[in-house]
Each structure stands twice: as C-alpha cells, then as structure tokens.
Write a protein that binds this ligand. Structure first.
Ligand code: SF4
Ligand code: SF4
Ligand code: FES
Length: 353
C-alpha cells in the first residue's frame, strides 16, 4: 500500500484554466506519469495528457514538473519529499490545447524550414561511405527524441512569441550542426544559414537547453558553440572584415546567404524593416553603459522588437554589422582579464570574510 501525496495539476484549455488540487496514492517506483494515469482512472477521467512509450523514448510526455521541464515518464516520485506538493503544468512556450497537452506544431514548422541532408549528386543511396569517426561525431545529435524540452526552456521564445518567426531553437541548431559536420553533406552555407535564417545569433549560450535534455545531448558545447565559433572565424577573417568595411561605406546589399528558400532579391541594410541588430536595443544610454564595462546592476533595456527583415528573419549580420548577436555585457572590444575597476559585481558572501 502506497502513501497519499499532494498534486496540483493545471486544468484548462486555450481560453484559460487554473491549478487543481488532488490527493493521490503513490507507490514505490512510480513516476509522475503513473500518477497522472491513476488520476485518469479515478477522479479525473477527462484529464488530457500526451504519452506513448513510457520509456523516455518517444518524447511525448513533456511537461513542467515543479516548474522544471521534464519527461513525466522519467521523473520518479522518489525525486520529491513525501510532504512536497508536486505541481504539474503544460509546456509554457507552446499554446495549450487542453490540460497538459500543448500544440507543438511550431517545432514541425521549423523542422520543415531546416534544409535537408544534401548528398553528392553522383553518389547513390547505398554507396554512401563514412569514416567511423565522422559517424560518432554527429551520432550524439541523432539521439534527440524531439521532446522539445529544450525548445520550451529557451528564454528567446519562452516569453517572447514575437521571436518565434526568426528563431528555430536549440533542437534545430543541433540538426544544423549535425549536417554541417556530415562529410557527405554538400551544402557549404549551413553556418550562414543558421545565423541568418534560424536565428542562431539570438542564442547567448545560457545552456538551459543542455540542462533539461533528457538524452544528455551537449546542445550548447557540442552543437551551438562550434557553429557560432565558425561563424565568428569568418567574421574576424581579415578579408571578411575588409569587405565589411567597404560594404558598410557603400551601403551595398547585405543578405548574401544562399539558401534554397531565400532565393529572393537581397535586401538593403538600410531599408525600412530593419532595426539595429540582433536582439539589440534602441536605448543608446544603456548601450553606452554596456560598453563601459561590467555592471551587473545596471538597468537592462526593455526588449525591443526582434531585428528581423521583411521576411521575418534575422539579417545576415556577419558582413555588415560589428557583431552577430545581442550586445555583450562586457562590451565588444574588451580583452580579458578585465581591469579591476570594471569588476563591479559583488558576491553576496564577500563581506563576511
Ligand atoms: S543556450 Fe541558446 S538555445 Fe540554449 S536555451 Fe540558452 S539561449 Fe536558448
Ligand atoms: S535536443 Fe534533447 S531536449 Fe531537445 S528535443 Fe532533442 S532530446 Fe529533447
Ligand atoms: S511517454 Fe514516451 S518519453 Fe515519456
């Protein structure tokens, strides 16, 4: 015989809802999804929840448990104290359909937008040959079960519906990285594509996506950072920088990414529809503050509309802007270690010593 435990589960639909309290029996070895099934079998037969495998492999049972994005079928009840109330809510980044079920079609749209594997035209399927080392490099990314927990936790879109058109999210950054590392992929513009069309510049490597991945894929360290590093390599290439200066002086067209989808005419950087740069702010005082060194307590400028072009995509920033992403809190041209006068972060414990 198990013990009685307290649960709070969000009930509602797209028009609204609220947390509802339940007292449920919990037995040894059970997971949160077991408890939801017990509720469905007893006092809440109409409680909606998506699941399939109950083995952490289908990625359907994504939910937020005590505020943390997790798989219901892989979260053991023994994780929580006996006296703890377990709160279960739907994924916050996607629209609720009912109860714990959300509409994750955003992710399928982004999957469709991501250019597919492009093998050499003269090699037939079945004749593809790869070195084992190349297989292993991208194998990590292929473990993805498309649970979309990483997409859900990413702050770029979690509370910013307006960023969704321009941002594909970590799940698709690792797809781009996987294809970029693939020795048989013939597209050479994966990095530029990720930057310009998938919104890689929005990511400021908070690593929240890596933290919640149930497959323990090192999304940031092995996927996003290598992609960003290669984009930066190009940006700091002396020839690219020279080209950037010449282009900016003449204000020539900037969007040079060659993509299957972006076949339209290049967009002038000064045309209406562009804001300053990716994730940037129009608050010049705050920008100046950001340039003057680290100030962790400075007022952060309010988020502005994303820096997208008429197609709702980030412009290709490498050639025409000084930076590829949001302004760094350290300033652009700072070298490390920082001078002591710029280190104005006070550790809460420091006065105790
Ligand atoms: S590391 Fe980047 S993609 Fe991952 S959650 Fe943070 S901002 Fe989003
Ligand atoms: S990368 Fe990890 S968290 Fe993201 S969808 Fe795939 S398995 Fe889920
Ligand atoms: S039910 Fe398949 S991952 Fe949880």
């Amino acid at each position: 015989m198990g013990s009685k435990r307290q649960f709070r589960i969000w009930r509602g639909d797209e028009t609204g809802g609220d947390l509802k309290d339940y007292t449920v029996e919990v037995n040894e070895g059970e997971v949160v999804l077991d408890i939801i099934h017990r509720l469905q079998a007893t006092e809440a037969p109409d409680l909606a929840c998506r699941w399939n495998c109950k083995a952490g492999k289908c990625g359907s049972c994504s939910m937020e448990i005590n505020g943390k994005p997790r798989l219901g079928c892989m979260t053991r009840m023994s994780t929580f104290e006996e006296s703890e109330t377990v709160t279960v809510t739907p994924l916050r980044t996607f629209p609720v359909i009912r109860d714990l079920v959300t509409d994750v079609s955003f992710n399928y749209e982004k999957a469709r937008e991501t250019p597919a594997f492009a093998p050499p035209a003269d090699v037939a399927p079945g004749d593809y040959r790869m070195q084992q080392v190349d297989v292993e490099r991208s194998q990590e990314f292929r473990k993805c079960i498309e649970c979309f927990l990483c997409q859900n936790v990413c702050h770029v879109i979690r509370d910013h519906e307006e960023n969704k058109p321009a941002f594909s999210g970590p799940r698709f950054f690792i797809r781009a990285a996987e294809l970029d590392m693939h020795p048989l992929d013939t597209r050479t513009d994966r990095k530029e594509y990720a930057q310009a069309e998938m919104g890689l510049g929005y990511c400021n490597i908070t690593k929240c996506c890596t933290e919640v991945c149930p497959e323990h894929i090192k999304i940031t360290d092995n996927g996003i950072i290598p992609m960003k590093e290669r984009a930066v390599d190009r940006r700091y290439d002396p020839l690219v920088r020279l080209g950037s200066k010449i282009f900016r002086r003449g204000e020539t067209p900037q969007n040079s990414v060659t993509s299957a989808r972006a076949a339209g005419p290049a967009t002038p950087s000064t045309s209406a529809g562009f804001h300053s740069h990716a994730g940037g702010s129009h608050d010049s005082r705050a920008e100046a503050q950001a340039q003057s060194g680290v100030n962790w307590h400075r007022e952060v400028p309010h988020p502005t509309a994303p820096a997208v072009d008429e197609r709702g995509k980030l412009p290709l920033t490498e050639l025409t802007f000084d930076r590829a992403a949001a302004p760094s809190p350290f300033g652009d041209d700072v070298s490390f270690p920082l001078p002591p006068e710029h280190l104005n972060f006070a550790h809460p414990e420091q006065d105790k010593h």
